[in-house]
Design a protein around this ligand. Structure first.
Ligand SMILES: [Zn+2]
Length: 315
């Protein structure tokens, strides 16, 4: 869901590579021991022969055969360890090494439950894909503060925070879109980041773009045939964030590509979060009435106003 199949394949290939490397390293260590620890190779052979020699007795159901065999195998294992020790090597020198002992570098525990190392890899991809990983450490629901707000502005901000929490909580249950309208520095980008972090931490793919950058990328795709991978991500990621809509240079390309992007996502029921300084009337003027009516019918709109936090925070 959150990661594309290509990304999942990539992660699983990394696990394959790790296991192969470790198997190769183990083979090399064994070669070393065979060449340098006298008697070890014979013990290895002996251990293999024990099982063979007991096969018939086990098959015929001889009482106590299994216990005898296990004891013999354990004896050989002890001898092997003491040979390694006397050669100055660790007892587990010839055991397979796992970088993650929990899942033995497979990514899954008991073949079904995702190991935490796999989840970590997924998160790394999701964070780097969002392009705002460093920001999210500073700007999240835990660092959210109402300090710079009062009166009506405080009420509006609190309401938007509540809407943001609900958006996150219901994210997997229903298709929804959000729009934050507000003046510069009223905290809308901060709330956008709060939402991004919560959703990434619950393994959703989130892509963040400032509006100017978004339209640069879209123009690159359309006119220079570049970045086609980005477009698939833009259409398919779980949440697309378009920050500061209205700050880009406007032209007819911007208007039509915005409409088709929002339309694609709407058809796929993929959520979009937009922040803008523009009021609804300005949006209609700038991007056409059909785009504005999309916003009105499909978006929860939060209007915020407030002190310019960016300025206040400097003092
Ligand atoms: Zn693991």
């Amino acid at each position: 869901m959150a990661l594309s199949n290509v990304q999942i394949d990539q992660i699983l290939r990394e696990y394959d590579d790790v296991r192969r490397e470790e198997r190769d390293a183990l083979d090399q260590r064994r070669e070393y021991v065979y060449a340098n620890v006298a008697g070890y190779r014979e013990l290895d052979h002996k251990a293999g022969m024990i099982a063979v020699s007991y096969a018939e007795r086990l098959f015929s159901g001889e009482p106590g055969a299994k216990e005898k065999m296990d004891a013999e195998i354990a004896g050989v294992a002890r001898d092997k360890k003491s040979l390694l020790r006397s050669a100055g090597l660790a007892e587990d020198y010839l055991e397979m090494k796992y970088r993650c002992p929990l899942c033995k570098d497979t990514g899954y525990i008991d073949n079904r439950e995702k190991c935490r190392c796999l989840k970590e890899k997924e998160l790394n991809i999701l964070y780097s894909q969002s392009k705002i990983q460093t920001l999210l450490k500073k700007e999240n629901f835990e660092t959210l503060s109402y300090e710079f707000f009062e009166g009506d502005q405080l009420e509006a901000y609190k309401k938007t925070v509540a809407v943001s929490h609900a958006f996150v909580e219901q994210f997997d249950k229903k298709y929804q879109n959000l729009m934050f309208i507000g003046t510069v520095g009223c905290g809308k980008t901060f709330l956008t980041n709060c939402i991004a972090k919560e959703l990434i931490d619950s393994f959703h793919s989130v892509i963040y773009f400032s509006a100017p950058h978004l339209f640069e990328v879209l123009a690159d795709v359309t006119f220079n045939n570049k970045n086609s991978r980005s477009v698939a991500d833009l259409n398919e990621c779980d949440l697309l964030i378009i920050d500061d809509l209205g700050t880009e240079l406007t032209n007819s390309f911007v208007g039509s590509s915005l409409f088709s992007l929002l339309n694609e996502r709407h058809m796929r029921e993929k959520s979009t979060l937009i922040s803008t300084n523009l009021g609804m009337g300005d949006l209609a003027d700038r991007y056409s009435h059909r785009t504005a009516s999309r916003f009105i019918s499909n978006y929860d709109i939060c209007v915020m106003s407030g002190p310019d936090i960016r300025t206040l925070k400097k003092f």
